[in-house]
Every structure is written in C-alpha cells, then in structure tokens.
Write a protein that binds this ligand. Structure first.
Ligand code: NAD
Length: 414
C-alpha cells in the first residue's frame, strides 16, 4: 500500500463517522492544484540537466497552503499530493489559519555541487513563483532541505517580486527572519502530546519508561524533552542500531556521543539490541521518530507499549492500527503529535508579517498551549464518535475545514 492509499483509510473512516456531506467529501478528497515543472540547470561541467519538480496545494480553504519542499530521488506526484493533504489536516488540527501544501524535486542533492544545488533551488522558485507567496502558499524545509536552501529561495523570490519577502517561506536562519524555538519544536510537540496521553492513561511520568526510535532532529529532541519530564528513557535507536539500559539513558550525553562517533551505538552503560527489540520493548511510551512504515501488521501484535506517540510521518500502517486498537494501545497519531514543527513555522510567519520577534520562552509557551488544546479536541472527538485517536484527528480537522467551506459557499449543505 502506498502513502496515498494509506492516508485514505482513516480519512474515509472519519468522513463516514461524521456523516460528512458527499459534496464536502468530494472537495476534501482532491487537491485544489498541483503543478509539475521542469527545471533546466547549468551543471558545473557546462551541460544542462533538466530536473522535475512539484508543488501541490491540497487546500487553501482555511488560509494559504503551508508545507515543506523535499529533495529526494524517489519523490513522486502521489507522494507530494498525499503529504500536502496531511499538511491540511495537521494545520487544521492545530487550529492554524492555513491549508496544506507540499513540494519536491526529484534529485539526490548529495550528488550536486553547492553551486548546482543553488541554481536548482532558484530554478524551482522561478517555476512555482506564480502560485506561491505569503498569502498564497508558504514553503518550508523538509527531507534534505535546510535553512541555507530556504535562504536561497527567499532571495530568489524577493528578486522576482522586487521586495523583501521573509513571510513567503519558513525555516529560515534567524538573521533573515527565522524564529527562535524552531529546532526543538517538533520534538517539543511530541513530548507535549505524549505527556497528555500519559495523563489520559493515568501513568505518572516520573515512574514511566520510554523507547525512542530515531535520534535525528525529531527523535533527539523528543528524547531530551521527555527525559526532562522525569521519564526514564530505556531504549534509543538510529539507522545503525539500537541501545538499551533499564537504568536509563541520558539523551543529552548521548547527543555528545553521536556528535563524536556518528551513531547511538556503543554508548557507555548500554547494551546493543535490535530495532525489533526496541519496538517490542515493555515500556509505557514508544515514540517512533525515524521514518514511515515501522509498525505494521507483521509486528504490531508483538508491541508492549501502553502509549505510542508518533513523531515520524506515517510510522504505523492501517492494518497495524487495527491490531493496536484491539490490544488497547493508545496511539497519538502523527498528524497531531508532530504538528509542533508547523506550529512554530506559523509563529515564524506571524513574526515576519509584523516584523516583531518573540523570545524563545514566548514561542514555547504559545506552542505548548496550542498543542494541549489540539490534543483535547482530538481526544474529545475520538470519545464523541467512538473512534481511535487517528480517526478522531481527521474528524477534528475535517470538521473545521467543513465549517469554512460552508460559510465560503463552496457547496450547499443539505
Ligand atoms: P532526521 O534525518 O534528522 O533523523 C532521522 C533519524 O532516524 C536518524 O537518527 C536516523 O539514523 C534514524 N533512522 C532512519 N532509519 C531508521 C531505522 N530504520 N531504524 C531506526 N532509526 C532509523 O529526520 P527528522 O527530521 O528527525 O524526521 C524524522 C521523521 O519525522 C520523518 O518521518 C519526518 O518526515 C518526520 N517529521 C519531521 C519534522 C521536522 O521538523 N524535522 C516535522 C514533522 C515530521
């Protein structure tokens, strides 16, 4: 099952549970606009290579489209369209005044020189410029794109419009309008959602144990901030292997070890375990923060966590969801749990629009308040409609978008 097919299952379950008007469902199920572009790039050897890029705007019902741009050899139209739809739901759940979008370029950036990468990036902006802008569609970093690439994009777009354009893009360096608090934002959101879930399950964080899969941006910040709440982190993994200690792993010390050695493996005081053993560990909380498709129909029955809080996008397949539900495992879905990144991107945009910047403390306070509110709304929807948290999250999102579609006259409700 590809990402698009996977994403349709909870969405259709939500549409059915809330008895959504078929006209509204038809609008929501399709992206508003998708653009495919070809980008000719002058390579360092004097030849021209043409790259294919995309921008999909799933929805602008609640506000400008919002979502990252990924550079990857396997990017395809279906993936970009699905991720754009996830962004619509993620923004609606968090209550942000945005729709959803996503972009991509089919490229392995590691094979380009810095100059080629910059020319490719500027070329993508030149081609998608007519449909983006601070009130139309606001890109951001995603897989293999970063603050430098956002800087080139901002510069190119500013040249096209003839004015300083910090608000058309987020994930920028602080010196050109980036926000404090963005680096840890997704992990902080995962931690906040996880703490709310522990409350629901009446588990005391100070007595709880946790396993974190992945120790990149999301996983490392999730582990650090959950550790700060008094939870004992007993297992952590990365692509090279997993480590375990029932005495607890200090993620701050582990980050220093990773900076030195490049991997979490062989960290002092821990034993090596397999990735499967990490997922199956007897813990209160499991945070998959690495990549999609990790909890599947093949391993879900073996999981022992009481709560799963999804930092990665799409770590659980729909067949696994059904098994976890039967086992009584409380799953906080990705579109709720990892919405912290886009929430602080929204704060960056707000600060750019009024050219006034907040302290990191202000950013964190506002982020945590929004995440807690979103969690409560999703939890309440899941109780009201007697569905799991994933379907509850779609109900919460679609409910908001539907109200906006009605009031905008996009269909006539029966
Ligand atoms: P990253 O590249 O910084 O880190 C990924 C981590 O996962 C690395 O530690 C890597 O070694 C590890 N990993 C990869 N394959 C693994 C495997 N098979 N088993 C165990 N570990 C493995 O990426 P990131 O930015 O932390 O993103 C992680 C996930 O979170 C992705 O699904 C991404 O789409 C999602 N996400 C990220 C953000 C963000 O702000 N960075 C926001 C929302 C969602």
């Amino acid at each position: 099952m590809n990402l698009f097919e996977m994403s349709q299952i909870p969405m259709k379950a939500a549409i059915k549970a809330m008895k959504l008007d078929p006209s509204a469902a038809a609008i929501i199920e399709n992206p508003e606009r998708t653009l495919e572009v070809s980008i000719p790039v002058k390579m360092d050897d004097g030849t021209v290579k043409v790259f294919i890029g995309y921008r999909s705007q799933h929805s602008t019902v609640m506000g400008p489209a919002k979502g990252g741009v990924r550079y990857h050899p396997n990017v395809c139209l279906d993936e970009v369209k699905t991720l754009a739809m996830w962004m619509t739901t993620k923004c609606a759940i968090a209550g942000l005044p945005y729709g959803g979008g996503k972009g991509g370029i089919i490229v392995d950036p590691a094979k380009l020189s810095r100059g080629e990468l910059e020319r490719l990036t500027r070329g993508w902006i030149d081609k998608v410029a007519p449909i983006i802008g601070e009130k139309k569609d606001i890109p951001a970093p995603d897989m293999n794109t970063n603050a430098q690439i956002m800087g080139w994009m901002m510069d190119e777009y500013s040249k096209i419009t003839g004015q300083f354009e910090p608000g058309f893009i987020t994930g920028k360096a602080i010196c050109v309008g980036g926000s404090l608090g963005r680096t840890a934002a997704t992990g902080r959101g995962v931690m906040t959602a996880a703490m709310e879930a522990l409350k629901v399950k009446k588990i005391n964080p100070k007595k709880a144990t946790c396993a974190v899969q992945g120790f990149g941006n999301v996983g490392s910040w999730t582990a650090k901030l959950i550790h700060d709440q008094g939870v004992t982190i007993v297992a952590i993994s990365d692509v090279y292997g997993a480590i375990y200690s029932d005495k607890g792993i200090d993620p701050y010390e582990l980050a220093k070890h990773v900076a030195k050695t490049g991997s979490v493996t062989k960290f002092k005081g821990t034993k090596a375990i397999s990735n499967e053993e990490l997922l199956e560990a007897k813990v209160d909380l499991l945070c998959p923060c690495a990549m999609e498709g990790q909890i599947t129909g093949a391993n879900a029955a073996k999981l022992n966590a009481k709560v799963i809080c999804e930092g990665a996008n799409g770590p659980t397949t729909p067949d696994a969801d059904a098994i976890l539900d039967k086992k009584g495992i409380f799953v906080v879905p990705d579109i709720l749990a990892n919405g912290g990144g886009v929430t602080v991107s929204y704060f960056e945009w707000v600060q750019n629009l009024y050219r006034y910047f907040w302290t990191e403390e202000e950013v964190i306070d506002k982020q945590v308040a929004l995440m807690r509110k979103a969690f409560k709304e999703v939890y309440d929807a899941s109780k009201e409609y007697k569905v799991d948290m994933r379907v509850g999250a779609y109900i919460s999102a679609i409910g908001r978008i539907n109200e906006a579609m009605k009031i905008r006259g996009m269909y006539d409700p029966k």
